[in-house]
Design a protein around this ligand. Structure first.
Ligand code: UT7
Length: 311
């Protein structure tokens, strides 16, 4: 059976920086509260979901040295499309001149992990080149006057290119789940701003992320001590710390970008992955654990072996 390998990666962040000091100036909040409760110091805001997705995808294709005309499928994860119809993937495909199919996934902040598992499956069924891009611009749908959400979110896109290669599987284990009964804890009413019951979402995020990561590790037959890098969804530093504690994983083995980006929804994991690769934090054969949690409520984890693994 053909196996997938990640051969390209990319990230796009808007130029505009929104600092805690900027928020302090217009909201009843403080740098101290935001840093203590979330770990966030600044976020990047602006741009469109499609525009950021195009930028990140272009970078991932270029790093893979791949001609857009040979792509078989583009999967875009987004919870914040610029328009409901058509799929953001179609717009990105048109802009970059990609060949093949195009589809969106809307699975909250776990969307990238969902799309990655789908892409891996697509390669197992015979597709040769699949691009997975996650792009979200949540800053556009938060009430700028609501301190409980306005301080949390930023905008970004991240992308990976998967290619069929002979050799050992890349995806060793995964876990996907959803609890639609809890959907009202985090949602956007039609035409309105995002609502979140932060305290309850926090509790569930810690519990579900840790349980999901554990399930994926078990499926992969990998012990947590073997994980070289943990790439969690970047919503809140305290959530990541609590998850690491539950898993028995030292924080030094976690990739952290939340301080500079805020919560970029489903883009956070691929942006963190791209930065980890560029910083030289991943070597051939390393085991990587990714884990996300978000609106839906959804959760998803994946255990990957990094690099091309000849048979
Ligand atoms: O990506 C999808 C998943 N999303 C998440 O995982 C987010 C999960 N939730 C969280 O990260 C946290 O719950 C928040 C960061 C949203 C809130 O932190 P918290 O420690 O749970 O605070 P809280 O909601 O319990 O609020 C504590 C206090 C409240 O005041 P009282 O009722 O104690 O007087 C809030 O009104 O902090 C107040 N507060 C603020 N104060 C200053 C809420 N937001 C702010 C603010 N600045 N921005």
């Amino acid at each position: 059976m053909p196996c997938a390998a990640i051969t390209g990666w990319g990230a796009a962040l808007p130029d505009q920086v929104l600092t805690n000091a900027d928020l302090e100036a217009r909201l009843d909040t403080s740098d101290r509260w935001i840093v203590e409760r979330t770990g966030i110091r600044e976020r990047r805001v602006g741009g469109t979901t499609t525009g950021l997705a195009v930028q990140a995808t272009r970078q991932a294709l270029s790093r893979a040295g791949m001609d857009p005309a040979v792509v078989d499928l583009l999967i875009v994860s987004t919870n914040t499309p610029d328009q409901p119809v058509p799929a953001t993937a179609s717009l990105v495909q048109g802009e970059l001149g990609l060949a093949g199919g195009a589809m969106d996934v809307n699975s909250g902040c776990s969307g990238f992990v969902y799309a990655l598992v789908l892409a891996n499956g697509a390669i197992a069924t015979g597709l040769e080149r699949v691009v997975v891009t996650a792009s979200d611009t949540v800053s556009r749908i938060v009430d700028p006057e609501d301190r409980s959400t306005a301080v949390l979110f930023g905008d970004a896109a991240g992308s990976v290119v998967l290619e069929a290669v002979p050799g050992e599987p890349m995806l060793l284990g995964w876990d996907l789940g959803a609890d639609g009964g809890a959907a009202s804890l985090l949602y956007q009413p039609r035409g309105g701003y995002v609502y979140m019951d932060g305290r309850e979402v926090f509790r569930r995020a810690v519990r579900a992320t840790a349980a999901s990561a554990q399930a994926a590790l078990e499926r992969a037959k990998v012990d947590v001590s073997e994980v070289a890098l943990f790439i969690p969804h970047q919503a809140n530093l305290r959530i990541i710390e609590a998850v690491c504690q539950r898993l028995g994983l030292p924080m030094e083995r976690s990739m952290l970008i939340v301080e500079r980006t805020g919560n970029t929804s489903s883009a956070s994991i691929p942006v963190a992955l791209a930065e980890a690769v560029e910083e030289g934090r991943l070597s051939e054969g390393d085991l990587v654990l990714m884990s996300g949690f978000g609106a839906g409520m959804t959760w998803g984890s994946a255990v990957l072996r990094w690099g091309r693994r000849p048979a």
